[in-house]
Every structure is written in C-alpha cells, then in structure tokens.
Write a protein that binds this ligand. Structure first.
Ligand SMILES: NC(=O)CC[C@H](N)C(=O)O
Length: 430
C-alpha cells in the first residue's frame, strides 16, 4: 500500500516533466496587450489571430465565461478574467433548443460580444457533458482574439488603480511593433453601442402567455426573456428607441433590459420613459442599463465609475422590502456595469433607494415610493443571472405576478385568469 502511494507520487512529476518537454506549444503566436496609459503585457495568442482596440475591464467571476462573453453589455470591451484558468469546461452549442420555453439560444446572445479576452492560462483541454468545442476554437470562429500567459493579477491591480483603460490586443507581427500612440486608441464609450446590439425589428416570444410584457432591448441578455417566458408571460421584444407610448395600452408590464456603454446615449429612451411613467401606471422593471434609464427619467444623474463592478460575487444590501426582497438582507449578485446612479439626498420626489453595494456604497437599485402609487423597480445587478448566483431571481416572479394581479383587477369578468407560476429558480436553459 505504502509503496503504491510512493510510486504514484514519483510517477506523477516524472510524467508531467515528460509532457512539458515534448508537447509542442499549443499557442505559438505571440500577442501583447497595450494600454493607452503606457504599460504592455506580452503573452501568446489564442482564438482569432487578429489585432483589435477596446476598453479593458476585469471580471471577478470564477465561472460562466460563456455567459459573460455573450453578454451584449461587454460590447467593445477587452475582458480580463481574474480567475487564473478559463476554458476548462469548454463551450456548449448555442443552437440546440433544450426546453419548450426556449428563446432561440442557449447562451446570452447569438455570438461573442466582447472585443477580446485576456486570461492567465487558457485551458487547452476541456471537459463537460454539453461542451462541443474549446474556448480557443469558439473565439477563432467568432473572430475574437484572446491573450493567454499574462499576469492577470498585475493587470487587474493596474486597472483597479488607474480605472478602466483603453487597450489594444496586438497579435503576431503586430505584437513586435511599438505600441499605438495615445490618440490611436479607440474609445467605445463615445459610440452608441446600444444601437449596435438592440434588435432592429420587434419579435414575440411565447405568444400564448397570459400576461403581455414588452421588453425594451438595449442589448438584452437572453436569460431575461427566458425568465419572463418561464413565468408564463408573452414577451414582445422591441428596439431600444421604440415609441412604446404609442402601443403601451396593449401591455401589462414593461421591462427595460441591460445594455452596453454610456446611458447618456439612451436619452431618446429616457424621454419616452418619462412620458410612460407620467401617464401609465403598470409595472415597470429595469435591469442594469434599464435601471439607469429609469433613474435618469426619475431625475437622478448617472456617473462613470473608476473600474465598475463586474463579477458574480457582488454583495448588495436591500434598503426596502418589496415582494421577495426583504430590507436589511444582503444578496449576492451578478454584475457588469461601468456607470451608476448618483446617491443623492433627498432622492427625487416619489422615489427611494432600493439597494446599495456593500463594497463601494454605489446605488444598486431604486424604486417608486409607496406613496407615489407607481410600481417601478430598477436594479443595477442582474437578478436573471444565467451564471448565478440566483439570490434575487424571484424578482422576476414578483414582477410577473404584479403584472398578472393588475391585469386581473382590471378584468374582473375574467377573474384570476391563471394561477401564479411557482417556478423552480432555474438560471439558464441547460
Ligand atoms: N450591464 C449593463 O446593462 C451595463 C449598463 C451600462 N452600460 C454600464 O456599463 O453601466
């Protein structure tokens, strides 16, 4: 027995050494990450061998790289993962519908949305029952470059100190050239990225649903629509700048989705929403960009944070109770944002802060005050989070229940048309 253990101990390092000596380098192409602030990091290229510009941000999520990379809110960004090894469970097919309430994809959108990815150690081998390819081949197919073999601790420390920084991934021969001049860096925050990712034409999901919910698509993650459909709603997805006021009486509720970039690019939607809030008294729920649009419509300001909040481990404290949310409790949430609403005293009349971030005290949500008679909630985090945690997933049940209850109260002849859906808190189609 003892000799068995000893021989295994001796064999393992010997075997590893053998592999390291003889296996060809799977990522032979050199690559560099340059920052506008002057620093450069040299590593190896994986994914598409292509040079790009972007805004460099870091995420502290340990898992769910596939959901993060397909989140349209990462549009134009070079995503640095603080978790050292990324790719070890591969990438699932995004095509196969896996349940009857499918919304047309498995991940958060049709393709990879971030401009590039930076990892300390990209997994060459992967293993998962639903995996069909490696992160390398997935990025290659989608034309997205990755850099591996860099010190992501040093990069993250830098980004925490100096804030989100414009960057360039230079691949192959480009990586041997001098870094770009400061004026050559592309700044995605200057563009209306929402307009690039929002649906161009309206579409309907689950038409037989008993409550009709409109979604203003600022770059919606698919799990938002899935979370509504799972609760029995018919979901009509509209372009971000659609004139909802012209059709609002056809709906029982409105959801404003997440989306990339500076919320000030969404002023047409803010002005539309201001009118909606003045004249329409049905439930409105905003998530991330949606929360910022609600806040701007309510009269709050939005500001750019130093390095934002990105990860699946952001603690928020509830300041008010509403539905499944209890004041005084801390919920762990998924987040991806660079902007936040200002915490001001007093808050605009008819509004109150809903959540606050336990790390940096930024506003994590607002709600209409009880005396306003409105039913409006906004959260800066992602209750639908396909990659978890699911601490706040029941906010979707609260929202759909509120829409259903209001509809039933307006249609007494129909009575309570359908029982409230008590669904398992499932985070994604899997
Ligand atoms: N995920 C989001 O909706 C992000 C909202 C906005 N683009 C921000 O960065 O703050």
């Amino acid at each position: 027995m003892l000799s068995n253990i000893l021989s295994r101990r001796l064999l393992v390092p010997h075997f590893s050494r053998g592999l390291a000596t003889h296996a060809p380098n799977p990522f032979p192409i050199p690559a560099a990450l340059h920052f506008k602030s002057g620093q450069s990091f040299c590593g190896r290229s994986f994914g598409a061998p292509k040079s790009i510009y972007g805004e460099t941000v870091f995420s502290t999520s340990i898992t769910s790289y596939t959901e993060s990379m397909t989140d349209p809110s990462y549009r134009g960004q070079i995503l640095v993962f603080t978790t050292p090894m990324i790719g070890n469970y591969g990438v699932p097919s995004n095509e196969a519908p896996t349940d009857s309430q499918d919304v047309g994809m498995v991940l958060e959108s049709r393709g990879i949305q971030c401009a590039g990815v930076i990892v300390a150690d990209v997994a060459e081998k992967f293993s998962h029952h639903s995996a069909v390819e490696s992160i390398h081949s997935w990025c290659e197919r989608h034309g997205v470059p990755g850099v591996t073999g860099v010190d992501t601790r040093a990069i993250t420390t830098l980004l925490r100190d100096q804030g989100t920084t414009l960057g360039r991934i230079a691949v192959g021969a480009d990586s041997t050239l001098p870094p770009p001049k400061p004026e050559e860096y592309w700044d995605p925050s200057k563009e209306n990225l929402v307009d690039q990712v929002s649906t161009k034409t309206p579409y309907l999901l689950n038409p037989e649903g008993d409550v009709k919910i409109a979604v203003l698509d600022f770059g919606a993650k698919a799990n938002m629509m899935r979370s509504l459909v799972r609760r029995g709603a018919a979901v009509h997805v509209l372009p971000w700048n659609y004139d909802f006021n012209a059709i609002r009486d056809n709906y029982d509720g409105l959801l404003l989705s997440n989306g990339p970039g500076d919320p000030l690019h969404c002023m047409p939607a803010v002005l539309n929403l201001r009118k909606t809030l003045e004249q329409w008294n049905k439930p409105v729920f905003g998530i991330c960009m949606g929360n910022q649009v609600i806040g701007l419509a309510a009269g709050l300001d939005a500001y750019r944070m130093t390095f934002g909040n990105r990860g699946h481990n952001q603690p928020v404290l509830a300041l008010a109770s509403s539905g499944s949310i209890k004041a005084g409790r801390v919920y762990v949430t998924s987040q991806n944002h660079q902007y936040a609403l200002t915490l001001q005293d007093p808050f605009p009349v008819g509004w109150e802060p809903f959540f606050i971030n336990c790390n940096d005290s930024s506003v994590e949500g607002i709600k209409s005050a009880a005396e306003s008679g409105k039913r409006v909630w906004g959260v800066q985090f992602h209750p639908e989070s396909a990659g978890g945690p699911l601490d706040t997933i029941e906010m979707f049940t609260d929202f759909v229940d509120e829409c259903r209850a209001l509809k039933a109260s307006h249609e007494p002849h129909l009575g309570n048309v359908k029982e409230t859906y008590l669904v398992e808190p499932v985070g994604r189609v899997a």
